[in-house]
Design a protein around this ligand. Structure first.
Ligand SMILES: [Zn+2]
Length: 246
């Protein structure tokens, strides 16, 4: 059962065996979204999948094929962003969760890599839990603390990490071939005073799509960020598993 840990490359008997021993399923939810000139559109998916793989490996669980699209409405004014509506994303998550339950996994761990997905994920989790599937959803716990300790640049806004040092460093650790540091340039936009209390397109106030300064990013910093996120995620997952005896 060489590929059992990676659902995408497993055969059905591998998955039946994993479910039979009560394995957990881990699902990364990313986005297809602009990330400046130096990072690919798949950045959020790549990062969430990288974190998910490590969590699944630590738990001897199974990492599912990621959801490579998310609710990226506020980046739609940039070419390259392809967004799902919140209702579509919620429905996709519910369908996948029901499949996970049908196969017989003991629970679903959702690793979110994109801010806009939080609400649809929370709503889908509520529905799935109502149907009897234990679900936990995580948004890179401790990231703000870790970024403060590990990174040299300031975020463009509190807890706002997009194509900046944090995301660039994590990409350098996970997919360095997809990063072009020669194009990494800082931008610290002026957030409109009503940012966060009315819907708005980010392109209205950012020119490059970068929030912050990606230039100090290194693979070593990315490795440290990922290790910290995975450690805190595993701690929280442990609490969740204890509550459900799974
Ligand atoms: Zn991102």
């Amino acid at each position: 059962m060489s590929q059992a840990g990676d659902f995408a490359y497993a055969a059905w008997p591998d998955i039946a065996e994993a479910a039979g021993r009560g394995a957990l399923a881990v699902l990364a939810v990313g986005a297809c979204e602009q990330h400046g000139a130096h990072l690919p559109l798949t950045t959020d998916t790549d990062l969430a999948l990288g974190v998910s793989r490590r969590i699944a490996a630590a738990l001897e669980g199974v990492v599912l094929p990621p959801i490579a699209y998310g609710d990226a409405w506020n980046n739609e004014a940039f070419a390259g962003t392809l967004s799902l509506s919140p209702d579509t994303l919620r429905a996709v998550l519910c369908d996948i969760g029901r499949g996970v339950q049908r196969i017989g996994f003991s629970g679903l761990i959702v690793i979110n890599g994109h801010f806009g997905n939080r609400e649809p994920i929370a709503l889908a989790a509520r529905a799935l839990v109502g149907g009897g599937l234990p679900v936990v959803h995580l948004d890179y716990p401790h990231l703000e603390k870790l970024a403060g300790e590990i990174c040299d640049s300031e975020p463009a806004g509190p807890g706002f990490y997009h194509a900046d040092e944090v995301e660039t460093a994590m990409m350098l650790a996970l997919r360095p071939e997809a990063v072009d540091m020669s194009l990494a340039a800082p931008e610290y936009p002026d957030f409109p005073p009503t940012f966060g209390i009315e819907p708005m397109q980010l392109r209205d106030f950012v020119a490059t799509g970068v929030f912050g300064d990606p230039r100090p990013a290194t693979a070593a910093k990315g490795e440290a960020l990922i290790a910290g996120i995975v450690a805190e995620s595993l701690r929280l997952i442990g609490l969740w598993r204890a509550r459900h005896a799974i």
